[in-house]
Each structure stands twice: as C-alpha cells, then as structure tokens.
Write a protein that binds this ligand. Structure first.
Ligand code: NAD
Length: 358
C-alpha cells in the first residue's frame, strides 16, 4: 500500500497553474507524494458553474494537505450579486475544512533585505510568524444600528482561545525544531481595556503553563505594532485574535517589501489537513507569460511540509535553496531593481531544483 502523503493541488486562475506546476516539480524532486489536481475558483465556475464543487471539497477534506495557487481575474469580475465569484471557493474551503488559524511567516531572504522599507540593520535576521485567529472576535459578533449609533460585538470563548493558543505553541515548536534554539510565543492583546483580551490572556497563560518548553510573553497590541517595526528580529511566534491579527499580519507582510515572496498557511483541528497558499493574488496582468515568481508558492510548500506533513527537514531544504538562488543574484522581474537582468519561472525553478539536488 502506498502511504505517501496525499496532496490536493488547486492551481486556480491567472498565474496559479504556472506557479503550482513549478511547486509540483520541486515536491517531486524532494520525495514521494500522491497528487490530486482539481479545479477551484474561476476555472471551476467555467466548468461547473460554482467556484468550489462538493467533490473538490470532499477531496480536500480527505487529503493530508492542500496547496493552492490563486484565484480570480477580470473574466469573473461582476456586479451581479447572484453571479458566482472565485473568492467563494476560498471561503467555502475555509469553512468546509474548519480552518481557524492563519499562519504568515516573515523571513526576508538575506539577498532581498534592501527591498524592505526598513533599514537593512533593522530588518536583518528577522524570522517571525504571525498566528491569527480566523473564525471569532468582532468580525463574527453581533452588529447593528440603532438610530444614529452602531455597534459591533467582540466575543471569544475559552475553547476558541485554547485551540488557537495550542496551534501557536505547536507552530513555535516546529520552527525551533528546524533551526535549533528556543521556541518563543508572544501573545498580543489589549488586556488593559478589553474583557475578551483578559480572558485571552488568562487562557493563553494556562496553555503556556502546559507547554513549559516554549517561552511565553504578553504584549499590548499598540506596543506590538510599534515593536514590529522597531525591532522585528526580536520576535519568534506572535499569536493574536482576529482583528489585531488582520492588522499585524499585513504590517508584518510589508516588512519584506516583496509580495511575490510571502507564503501562508491556514490550519484546522489537530490531524485535519491544512491549506497552504501564497499571499499574492492571481496576477492576471502577467499570466501566461512565463515570468511569474514561484518562490512564495515554494515557501508555501515548505510550510506545508513543516506544519502539515511533519517534514521539517525538507521544508528547511526548500528555504535554503530559495535563499541560495537569490544569493546568486537570480531575479524574476517583480524582484529586480532597475538595470538587473531577470529570469522567468522555469529558469528560477530549475535553479532551485539544482540547489535542492546538491
Ligand atoms: P495580485 O497579488 O494578483 O497582483 C498585484 C501585483 O503584483 C500585480 O502587478 C502582479 O503582477 C504582481 N504579482 C503578484 N504576484 C506575483 C508573482 N508571484 N510574481 C510576479 N508578480 C506578481 O493582486 P491584484 O492585482 O489585486 O488581484 C488580481 C486578482 O487576484 C483579483 O482577481 C483578486 O481578486 C485575486 N486575488 C486572489 C487572492 C487569492 O487567491 N488568495 C489573493 C489576492 C487577490
């Protein structure tokens, strides 16, 4: 019986098929995986009339991990509220797979520190992970209007905080496994003002007590926003609720300055498959030209190996190969500064494969 991990590939639209095909070549070089490629997004609307079919969702739920390219494009842009939209596929996957933790690492490649809006000495050695709660908090609480006032309610339960805290401690431990050193978690809240934050802090502290191998500190969100730009390299794993996480993960993403380099993961219950995808969109402006930067998808595949399949060694090999290729000066057009020569998707993929083979 073949017990190789089952990976569902959802290339999607625009540059999605180009970057996912490149990631598949990489994974095939690294080991034995069983791939199942499926339609999701605009391509699924064209074929089936919906962005995500029940069959594709079922295949994702039965897999060990899902790797997604990107969805959407002008072809499916519509103002008709009843017309199907590609993003409905993403929402359907998040809900149908029970994904409640979003992980966004920020680790600028040493060769690209000059792309950061921060000074090189501030951004150097930054290697952090933002873990954001995805399904609770003020975005999902009761909201409404009464005359000239409006309200949005923020609610969190012990269970919701506990599971995201556990996801963050596990992620911190997986990261430490790969690089050595201590695992550290910074929990971000507003416990001086908000009752939900006081519950958050209490529960995260209890989960911390149960994970004594991981160091835990608490930071108020206003302070965290400042520290992220003044000393980003001091952070390891940051865990926070939905609204704070929405803002801090975008702030962190900007630290690198390179959209084509950012991976992400969304995780569900223990043992359930996660969804791994680049942060960028389907880049319809460059689709089909062979110039898409596949590195964010490679780094998403590395997250899949580390956080989804328990293969931290192989994840580290991908990350080291990406750094090496950038260190040798190879650049896709989105990464190049004026005057630098550029390579396409195939050339940079070949170069990463050579590094991995060494
Ligand atoms: P985008 O991220 O697709 O593109 C923004 C700019 O960055 C473009 O100039 C694009 O060429 C460039 N770019 C992005 N990724 C790149 C890569 N890997 N290599 C080289 N260049 C890259 O954002 P957008 O233009 O706002 O959106 C385009 C489409 O993507 C829209 O339909 C949007 O809804 C969709 N989208 C999808 C996702 C997703 O699937 N998760 C996320 C964001 C946007």
């Amino acid at each position: 019986m073949n017990d190789a991990p089952r990976i569902v590939l959802l290339p999607g639209d625009g540059i999605g098929p180009e970057i996912v095909a490149a990631a598949r070549r990489l994974l095939e070089e690294l080991g034995d995986y069983r791939f199942n490629e499926q339609l999701m997004g605009g391509c699924s609307i064209d074929e089936h009339g919906v962005a995500l079919t029940e069959d594709v969702l079922a295949a994702c739920r039965e897999s060990d991990a899902v790797l997604l390219g990107a969805v959407g494009g002008p072809k499916w842009d519509t103002t008709d509220p009843d017309a199907p939209r590609p993003e409905q596929g993403l929402l359907g996957l998040r809900k149908g797979m029970g994904l409640y933790a979003n992980l966004r690492p920020v680790r600028p490649s040493p060769a690209l520190v000059s792309a950061s809006p921060l000074r090189p000495e501030v951004i150097a050695n930054t290697d952090l992970l933002v873990v954001r709660e995805l399904t609770g908090g003020i975005y999902f609480g009761q909201s409404g209007r009464d005359g000239d006032t409006a309200h949005d309610t923020c609610e969190y339960s012990v269970d919701e905080v506990e599971r995201i805290a556990r996801a963050a401690f596990d992620a911190a431990r997986h990261r430490a496994e790969g690089r050595g050193g201590d695992a550290r978690v910074t929990s971000v809240d507003k416990a001086n003002v908000l009752e939900t934050s006081r519950l958050w802090r209490e529960v995260v502290t209890q989960v911390g007590d149960a994970n004594p191998d991981v160091q835990l500190e608490h930071l108020l969100v206003d302070n965290a926003a400042m520290q992220l730009v003044s000393r980003p390299s001091d952070f390891d794993t940051i865990v926070t609720e939905n609204l704070f996480g929405d803002i801090l993960s975008d702030e962190s993403a900007m630290l690198t300055g390179s959209l084509g380099m950012l991976p992400s993961a969304s995780l569900g219950a223990d043992g359930a498959p996660g969804l791994f995808e680049p942060v960028h969109g389907s880049a319809p402006d460059i689709a089909g030209q062979g110039v898409a930067n596949p590195l964010a998808t490679f780094l998403s595949a590395a997250m899949m190996l580390r956080h989804g399949l328990g293969q931290a060694d192989r994840a580290g090999r991908i990350e080291a190969a990406v750094d090496a290729v950038l260190g040798r000066g190879l650049r896709t057009p989105d990464l190049a500064t004026a005057g630098e020569s550029t390579v396409g998707t195939d050339e940079i993929t070949d170069a990463v494969l050579v590094e991995i083979g060494q």
